[in-house]
Design a protein around this ligand. Structure first.
Ligand SMILES: [Zn+2]
Length: 235
């Protein structure tokens, strides 16, 4: 195997510990689909790439396993997780519960400034949608997930933002494994409609649109034919 497709990003992570930087870089690589489910993560290679000890890499991998993005297998090492169909359905069920209430709370306290932040995010999504190359596709997937996290961040509830961030990372992995082609195309349009409901402070409509949106994303998954790499271990 060649280099792990991760990039240390010291410029954007000043102050973060080496472990946090590795966690952030690996999460980004998984979410952007540069690291696919089942890919083996060699401690030594990551340690060399980051110029750190294997102990620090092991700590980062342990954190990622707690977020369920990585599976640690005794005597075999760390692999990018391959969520099962049952796990995928459970993750989506929790997102629907959490995001219904988050949306309700958000629309009640939303400010014009927050609407502007979300509208700027929508512009970035649409720009990424317009390009069809692989890099834009990765960026698009990241931006689509970030929309939901940004909303939680704007509410100023750090616990909610962290919880949603973790769930959405897990969803990205699930999307990579089970998403049928062109299923992501509607997501950005649905985000636009949700932000419009926010702007009109229409709580009932916003909550309904968010729930329908999450149902559509789930409906776009094809559990019959998961996409996995040849190195995939257990389902
Ligand atoms: Zn979405």
């Amino acid at each position: 195997m060649s280099n792990v497709p991760i990039e240390p990003t010291p410029d954007t992570n000043i102050g973060a510990s080496a472990t946090e930087q590795i966690v952030a870089a690996l999460t980004q690589a998984i979410v952007a689909h540069r690291l696919k489910p089942g890919t083996k993560l060699a401690e030594q290679k990551i340690a060399t790439q980051f110029g750190v000890s294997r102990t620090l890499v092991r700590q980062a991998l342990f954190q990622l396993s707690q977020h369920r993005l990585i599976a640690m297998e005794p005597a075999r090492g760390a692999f990018v997780a391959s969520p099962s169909v049952a796990e995928a359905k459970q993750v989506f069920a929790v997102r629907r519960m959490l995001e219904a209430e988050a949306t309700r709370a958000f629309v009640r306290q939303v400010t014009p400034k927050q609407i502007k932040v979300l509208q700027a995010h929508l512009k970035a999504e649409q720009a990424a949608m317009a390009c069809k190359d692989d890099a834009s596709r990765s960026q698009r997937n990241e931006l689509l997930g970030d929309f939901h996290v940004r909303m939680a961040e704007l509410m100023g509830n750090q616990v909610l933002a962290e919880l949603l961030g973790e769930l959405i990372s897990r969803c990205s992995l699930i999307t990579l494994m089970y998403q049928s082609s062109r299923a992501a195309e509607h997501s950005s349009e649905e985000h636009v409609a949700i932000v419009q409901a926010f702007a009109h402070r229409d709580e009932i409509l916003a909550v309904r649109l968010m729930d329908e949106h999450l149902q559509h994303v789930q409906a776009g998954l094809d559990f019959a034919s998961p996409v996995t790499t040849p190195t995939t271990t257990s389902p």
